[in-house]
Design a binder for this molecule. Structure first.
Ligand code: ADP
Ligand code: ASP
Ligand code: MG
Length: 407
């Protein structure tokens, strides 16, 4: 008998019929002899709708109150899934993140899990119930309700799977697994049967939103096997596992796209030690994640520093940069939210010269200007205009031989 954590995303519980289908699958898993812990997201686009509602109500949305609002979505889902299970004769109990013992820091809207105390979930399992846990939420060390960042139900599922030593964490979604590119952007994308944690981390960090980045980090750290699969077809999907020597290392296994970031440039920065440290310390102190960074060669003792941040952090990041600009005597801070990023990921890239050249040539053939570049040993990212991202992804997918028809 295995313990399985099953997480269902928004589309998977999008309406009454979908909720009944999920309950049916949970009931079947139980009937097959496995214990199940269910984690659910808010129905459909409910979280987005709540955010729009908040925007309509007030220009000020204190993060604590936003979290209180957004967690309502998952609360609805858990109660409904539990009711649907009852109708099938499966005994279950719904839990909020707080009741499930998910203790977070106080960083509202993107809280991090500090500790898991899933005692009530263990008790429910011991009584033979199916616990149904609200994803995306926790309770802070100050006893306030928090959320874990967009897509955070994935983190809830993995954290519970780790804390309960589950045998597998199944992520049910609206596609049949992890593809070589977002199947909505690249029609000829291929489903990957296995992806290494290294590659999945790079994909999640660069826009492959099928799994939230932090859930992949968490799964790797705690050795939780992840299985991404469809709640529409129920067929086996993609396993995220540690790389093993028998896995074929594709030179490039996926292309990702991301238009969720904006670029900030601080111009006329005095080029001496400590200045960059001061700038990025100010951002770190405000909990702002900085992504790609480029510093120009200096001319007459001055340089420009550009970097990307999430669009949702843009205002806070600009304010932080303005403060530092005055302190260091830089000339101006500008931002650009019309950028996007296209990335190629592949574990075999380490040992294949020519990958970078082919990426740049492919973009150049489309007449696309590369504004920033960043690399890791298994990834190359280019910042381009946001409206050229989709065609870049498609061209790179073809250039690196990933199109389904090419195989
Ligand atoms: P859920 O609500 O189930 O969490 P998400 O919308 O967060 O679903 O994630 C699933 C979506 O991720 C898919 O519908 C797909 O458009 C998108 N996606 C982006 N990149 C990929 C990829 N490489 N493989 C599969 N899906 C991807
Ligand atoms: N409902 C939340 C969101 O839309 C969490 C999730 O779906 O994972 O971001
Ligand atoms: Mg998601």
């Amino acid at each position: 008998m295995a313990l399985v954590v099953q997480k269902y995303g928004g589309t998977s519980v999008g309406d009454a019929e979908r909720i009944r289908a999920v309950a049916d699958h949970v009931a079947r898993t139980r009937a097959a002899g496995d214990d199940v812990v269910v984690v659910v997201s808010a129905m459909g686009k409910f979280t987005d709708d709540l955010i729009h509602l908040a925007n309509d109500v007030s220009p000020l949305r204190p993060p604590r109150e936003l979290d209180m609002l957004l967690t309502a979505g998952e609360r609805i889902s858990v109660a409904l899934v539990s009711m649907a299970l009852a109708a099938l004769g499966v005994e279950s109990a719904s839990f909020t993140g707080s009741q499930a013992g998910i203790i977070t820091d106080t960083d509202h809207t993107k809280a991090k899990i500090l500790e898991m105390r899933p005692d009530r979930i263990r008790e429910a399992l011991a009584k033979g119930l199916v616990p149904v846990v609200a994803g995306f939420q926790g309770v802070s060390t100050e006893h306030d309700i928090t959320t874990l960042g967009r897509g955070g139900s994935d983190v809830t599922a993995v954290a519970l799977a780790a804390a309960l030593s589950a045998d597998v964490c199944e992520i049910y979604t609206d596609v049949t697994g992890v593809f070589s590119a977002d199947p909505r952007v690249v029609k000829v994308a291929r489903r990957l049967s296995k992806v290494s944690f290294d590659e999945m981390l790079e994909m999640a960090a660069t826009g492959g939103r099928v799994l939230m980045l932090r859930s992949v980090e968490f799964a790797r750290r705690h050795g939780v096997p992840l299985h991404v699969r469809s709640s529409f077809t129920w067929e086996p999907g993609t396993w995220i596992v540690e790389e093993d020597p028998t896995m074929e290392e594709a030179v490039v296994s996926a292309v990702t796209d991301d238009t969720s970031e904006a670029k900030i440039t601080v111009a006329g920065v005095p080029d001496h030690p400590g200045v960059a440290a001061q700038l990025f310390r100010a951002l770190a102190d405000r909990n702002i994640n900085v992504d790609m960074i480029v510093q120009n060669t200096s001319a007459r003792g001055l340089t420009d520093i550009s970097f990307t941040v999430a669009k949702t952090d843009l205002d806070a990041a600009r304010a932080a940069c303005e403060t530092v600009r005055e302190e260091i005597g830089a000339s101006e801070v500008t931002s650009d939210d019309g950028v996007g990023r296209v990335t190629i990921v592949g574990a075999g890239m380490k040992s294949s010269p020519g990958v970078t050249a082919l990426m740049f040539e492919t973009l150049s053939n489309l007449g696309i200007n590369i504004e920033m570049i960043s690399t890791s040993s298994i990834r190359i990212s280019c910042v381009v205009r946001a409206d050229r991202v989709a065609e870049s992804v498609r061209a790179l997918h073809t250039a690196f031989g990933l199109d389904a028809r090419a195989s």
